[in-house]
Design a protein around this ligand. Sequence first.
Ligand code: BES
Ligand code: ZN
Ligand code: ZN
Length: 481
Amino acid sequence: MKISVAHKLTKTDALIVFVPEKKFTVKNYKAFLPTEITDEIVTRMKAEDFKGEKNEVLQIFVSSASSEKIFLVGYGKDDAHTDIMKAAGTAIRKAKKSKAKKVVVAIPEKVCAHCVSKGAYLGNYEFKVGDTSKQFSPTELRILTVEKIATKDLKPTTTLAEAMCFTRDLINMPRNLMKPDDVTKQAKAIAKGLLNPVKLKVMTKKQLTKLKMGGILAVGQGSTTDTKVLVFEYYGGKKTDETLALVGKGVCYDTGGYSLKPTSGMLDMKMDMGGSATVLGIFHWIAQNKPKKNIIGVVGLVENMISADAYLPGDIITLMNGQTCRITNTDAEGRLVLADCLHYVKTKYNPAKIIDFATLTGAVIRSIGENTTGVFTNEAKFLEELQNAAKTAHEDTWQLPLNQEFRDCIKDQEADIVNWTGKVKAGASMAAGFLENFVGDTPWIHCDIAGTAYHDKGSALQPMGATGVMVSSVVEMLQAK
Ligand code: BES
Ligand code: ZN
Ligand code: ZN
């Protein structure tokens, strides 16, 4: 869907008018809507057919209007950005249902055009493998406003929505269609052609063996597909500028291995590459917007499967950092993948800061639910920076504890460390304690997106499935001064 800004109403298939709750003022719309339409809105609101409550939609009929279908959408009393995004998502779905190709959204002053474009783009997202002939999507969205804003000003936002939908696609694709090789293809597409200066390094099992990445290799041992680590190198800043590293867990399917998951727990485990899809989504945006920053992305792509070759509970493996690790639970595989990726990026690139994204633990969902990302850090200031960006991006995060208890619990008698212990109940913190061991003093944030990356219920901004969470927050951070 192409999104642009307009200041005058022209011929369209559907017109969506944003209306605040109980407060429709004709003069705010006079510049771009004909009086037949504003009169009809006044009448409908007087009759209380429509109040402008959040996400309320009403179709109105005006004989001589320039548009064929007119919808009013409410966004509540304030100009709150999340409400505006949701209203845009709700409205675009109505327009979609009405089979409108060209859609105009008329917004009064103060309603944020960025939020309208993001909400509409996200709300328009659909995922389907198979017969898409009955699907219908608007191809053009024009935002009608009196504000002095031009189409090009929306680019950071529209490309962000695109990047989030790219992340969603990767996650929503089932495992048989999105294996490590398929993710690699997607990464190559980002790095290619137009999208310079993003460089991509693809490391196969052979190279990972040379690098002694014993963690990710052990997890992939039971799979017939090639385990891979991808590295994006993007130097948009000066040579002397600091480098930010983004690391993602890319377990393309997590059966749990021999610590097998039960049927219900396994069903959605195609989403266990959500961390890697987040990193790819961020690089999708970087490639389009070329921020003046130096950014490295590392994703570990692997499948956690069962076979005669699979790793087993009781195995002792050697990680890239030289530490031995006893496996007590093959379902705690994400931390082994990240351990090698974190050590690799730290030693090879010496980044000033690291953020990792992972659908790491079921425990984080039990602690803080499905709408808040659990964050952990070894550097409060850095976390503040990300959490401020997350606030601007309207994504919820919550810091969870990472203290000595969780650093100590990974110690083992037989090996240097252990990947899981039943003695610790706070599973998300235990996993964070494990990861911290690999970053040393480098300022680092771990984002556990197990609850937030994938929702089994839809909302105004998406159908059920992948959300694209944390792409916005990081993009916001890259844009902050
Ligand atoms: N991929 C899962 C975590 C997960 C659970 C993501 C639910 C999304 C939804 C991870 O690899 C895992 O299996 N974690 C286990 C760890 C435990 C066995 C130590 C968990 O949290 O249940
Ligand atoms: Zn697992
Ligand atoms: Zn997993």
